[in-house]
Design a protein around this ligand. Structure first.
Ligand code: ZN
Length: 95
């Protein structure tokens, strides 16, 4: 289950980065976004049994992707507001 959501999150993240070029895309930030997004999704799916999630995936993959995109966008904003990358932070933050 977790691996499945991780795949969805990674896929959605790539799309989000393409449409939002201002976000940092170093490995550290991407990893943070994935972890944050996964924990958000886990929270919103916490009341559903695993079987229900699978049923939901089968019925409407689009809904799961929408949930994932929402979580990814929120996570991106959080990471962008407080990036944890150091050492090469001016890679994309040069102003
Ligand atoms: Zn970064």
């Amino acid at each position: 289950m977790k691996n499945f959501m991780e795949d969805v999150v990674l896929e959605v993240l790539e799309e989000a980065l393409e449409t939002n070029p201002e976000f940092c895309r170093c490995e550290k930030c991407k990893q943070d976004v994935v972890l944050l997004a996964l924990s958000k999704i886990k929270g919103s799916y916490a009341s559903s049994p695993v079987g229900e999630i699978f049923a939901r995936v089968g019925q409407s993959d689009r809904q799961v992707r929408t949930d994932a995109l929402l979580a990814v966008m929120q996570a991106l904003e959080q990471v962008a507001a407080n990036p944890r990358h150091d050492g090469r932070s001016n890679l994309t933050e040069k102003r």
